[in-house]
Write a protein that binds this ligand. Structure first.
Ligand code: GLN
Ligand code: ZN
Length: 750
């Protein structure tokens, strides 16, 4: 059998210097034409393929490049973009971007998280009348393009079942999976075309099976690969399952006539045993995903080889691979200026490619030198623990996570704060003006001295406080001008974190994030936000709300150490935040918000893991916030549209006030919350900050009335959906004015 051999399931595409991001943004701004944009993509692909070949991979993926998103690529490939975009009469590229970004009057496709990563894909819209035709040539084009460079590749496609499972029905009651028999012929046609092009292997990604799936969905998987295997004249098929074990889908795929399977051996401990025990893999190649595709740690070569070796005998051939695409890690750790010891513990995409190659040779029994890798892993294990942090963790008592009963707190807070019914507030950040950004950048670069920087920030805080007083808001904020990002800002000040300079990872389209690296025990050398908050409070007699990011969100948006349970890491962060919360209280802040917008993001893909996750996530939040007096009001903020699964946890957080995204869903979340017996303060967002639209007074008042009907009105707050930092003052001022006026109207009716 001609095997695949050592490979990676995918590679970053935004460019080591974010070349694609810049090219896209220039194109969208109308500053360059299509030819320039396509040339940047072509150059990036060529550089990637050459690099992967030179590194010594035995199989090189193609098709992992995308101008925006691989799910959107798939919809386009099979002629399944909604008519509202194809009817616009735009060029194919602009039709694609219209679906990705929307155009005047035609909203973009919805965007949602790619499983439990921080990547977001575009959700295809499918209905009973959807038809599929192979209309695109992207996979073929890329095969030819690589071949011109003398490189044979393995096209990577989103698998048909995952594609349908990720799509959204355009009609209630319809399931896109019903379209499977419509879709399979289009895939089969593509497979034949690829075969005719001389392609030997094709990779079909089916990560949807790392989550719980019904029998019907598993049957669809069976059917899909039996049908595709029968395609006349097809390349050999590799099905990739990742982001977890495959559960029952393992048996389904093992018994299907595909030639190879890629499995993630790192996410679920017991899955390697399941694979090793799967008799039906005997005539297949198995790609053992033993190099973590989504975290940044150097691979322990002995553990990786041991995992892969456990599969020998199970499969006809075992090869080394990444656990998933490398899309989720930055390019190259050598580009960073980190502490050399920390650097030696890390592996970004390029280092992981080298690891795969080296481990592949070792697995074949070739003599390879693993000493550097072993030494680095051993050195990381000797990283001195911060004993004080461990002692504090060990000494934590259950009561440290418990506050007085809510009713008592509510009474004390009413006394202390004297707020009117239906109080008004905002979520924290105010628009980040060019001046603010400039001052921060200059300070960072050393061009603006500390005193001058503080003066500029104080002036900004003064402006924001005065504006809020003038608008008549009840609980004010300082506006967060000093923060680049709600996680980065804290990571830069906490011990145990490192920040990268070039470690960008694609979040969606041209947007990238630079997650900090949580590498050691976490502690807080000194207060992080207290001087800003104290200053703001000194400028007004109204209460200022202190503003912090919660432990779960800090973890969710960082690369986190993998050498201790997440729950312990979360508690370490929680203790640091707890100190900050108490210092804010001591500085005279009687309202403190701890944001957890990412509470849902670390939710395990399988329901079996939910309870344990919520237990530690909720405990971490409560440890962070339970150190204050009953009279201090703790707020939290959540913002993602699908609340269903986290609803029970919201109650568990025991915050006095929860502000929650609700404007777009027209307050639906409130009914769910009330039905669950939630009785504490709640501020459903009544101003959609994702849109430049300024809502009118009547519209906001109506939303507030709907909300008031759903919850005990005494506990209702009025606030926007989220922070205002991405908006401009031209929209924010009138919108907040309307919000306050609407709250006053509805207040009078209560
Ligand atoms: N306090 C943060 C802000 O206002 C919250 C941001 C968020 O929820 N993503 O910007
Ligand atoms: Zn938010």
């Amino acid at each position: 059998m001609n095997t695949i051999g050592t490979t990676i399931l995918g590679y970053p595409r935004i460019g080591p210097a974010r070349e694609l991001k810049r090219a896209l943004e220039r194109y969208w701004a109308g500053r360059t034409g299509e030819a320039e944009l396509l040339a940047v993509g072509k150059d990036l692909r060529a550089r990637t393929w050459r690099k992967l070949r030179d590194a010594g991979l035995e199989s090189i993926p193609s098709g992992t490049f995308s101008c925006y998103d691989q799910v959107l690529d798939t919809a386009e490939l099979f002629g399944a973009l909604p008519g509202r975009f194809t009817r616009l009469g735009l060029s194919p590229l602009d039709t694609y971007f219209a679906a990705a970004r929307g155009v005047q009057d035609e909203p973009a496709l919805e965007m949602t998280k790619w499983f439990d990563t921080n990547y977001h894909y575009l959700v295809p819209e499918l209905g009973p009348d959807s038809r599929f035709r192979l209309t695109g040539t992207k996979p073929l084009d890329e095969v030819r393009e690589a071949r011109e460079l003398g490189i044979e590749t393995r096209p990577v496609l989103v698998g048909p079942v995952t594609f349908l499972l990720l799509s959204k029905a355009t009609r209630p009651g319809f399931e896109p999976l019903e379209l499977l028999d419509e879709l399979l012929p289009a895939y089969a046609e593509l497979l034949s075309a690829l075969k005719a092009e001389g392609v030997e292997w094709v990779q079909l990604d089916e990560p949807a099976f790392a989550a719980d799936r019904t029998t019907k969905e598993l049957n669809a998987l069976t059917r899909a690969y039996h049908v595709l295997a029968k395609a006349p004249d097809r390349p050999k098929l590799l099905v990739a399952g990742y982001f977890g074990g495959l559960g029952r889908a393992l048996g389904v795929l093992a018994r299907s006539p595909v030639e190879a399977l890629a499995v993630d051996l790192l996410t679920e401990e017991s899955f390697v045993d399941a694979v090793a025990a799967e008799g039906a893999l005997r005539d297949k190649e198995v790609l053992a995903g033993v190099v973590d595709g989504r975290n940044v740690w150097r691979t322990d070569p002995d553990r990786a080889l041991e995992l892969a070796a456990r599969l020998t005998g199970t499969a006809e051939h075992v090869s080394v691979a990444t656990s998933c695409s490398l899309l989720h890690v930055p390019y190259d750790v050598e580009a960073e200026n980190l502490d050399p010891r920390l650097t030696s513990w890390l592996a970004f995409a390029d280092q992981k490619v080298a690891e795969v190659v080296l481990l592949g040779r070792a697995l074949r029994g070739e003599p390879v030198d693993l000493s550097a890798a072993r030494a680095a892993v051993a050195d990381r294990a000797t990283n001195a623990p911060d004993e004080a942090v461990h002692e504090r963790l060990a000494a934590l008592k259950p009561e440290d996570a418990v506050r007085e009963p809510y009713a008592d707190r509510a009474a004390r807070q009413e006394q202390a704060l004297g707020l009117p019914p239906l109080p008004t507030t905002t979520i924290g950040s105010f628009p980040q003006t060019t001046d603010v950004r400039k001052a921060r950048a200059a300070h960072r670069a050393g061009a603006l001295g500390e005193a001058a920087y503080v003066a500029e920030m104080h002036a900004e805080i003064d402006r924001v406080v005065r504006l809020q007083e003038e608008l008549g808001l009840d609980v004010l904020v300082h506006g967060e001008p000093e923060r680049n990002d709600m996680v980065q800002y804290f990571a830069e000040q906490l011990a145990g974190f490192a920040s990268t300079e070039h470690g960008w990872v694609q979040s969606y389209g041209s947007r990238c994030v630079r997650p900090p690296i949580l590498f050691g025990d976490v502690s807080r050398p000194s207060p992080m936000t207290v001087p800003w908050a104290r200053y703001a409070q000194s400028r007004t007699t109204k209460p200022i709300k202190g503003m912090l990011t919660g432990p779960v969100t800090i973890l969710a948006w960082s690369f986190v150490r993998d050498d201790q349970p997440l729950a312990d890491t979360a508690l370490q962060v929680a203790l640091a935040i707890r100190d900050e919360v108490r210092d804010l209280e001591a500085a005279g802040l009687h309202v403190i918000q701890v944001d957890e917008p990412a509470l849902r993001e670390l939710l395990p893909l399988r329901a079996a893991g939910h309870e344990a996750y919520f237990a530690w996530a909720v405990r971490a939040f409560r440890v962070a916030t339970a150190g204050v007096a009953a009279s201090t009001q703790i707020h939290t903020h959540l913002c993602y549209s699908e609340f269903g699964e986290v609803l029970p946890a919201i109650d568990g957080l025991d915050a006095d006030v929860t502000s929650i995204e609700a404007a777009r869903s027209k307050m639906e979340v409130l009914a769910d919350l009330s039905a669950g017996g939630f009785e504490r303060g709640v501020g459903p967002g009544v101003y959609d900050i994702h849109s430049p639209r300024v809502p009118g007074v009547d519209e906001v008042a109506d939303l507030l009335r709907t909300a008031a009907a759903a919850v005990t009105s005494r506990r209702l707050w009025a606030n926007p959906d989220c922070g205002l930092k991405t908006r401009g003052y031209a929209e924010v001022e009138p919108a907040l004015r309307h919000l306050v006026e609407a709250a006053h109207q509805v207040r009078a009716e209560l």
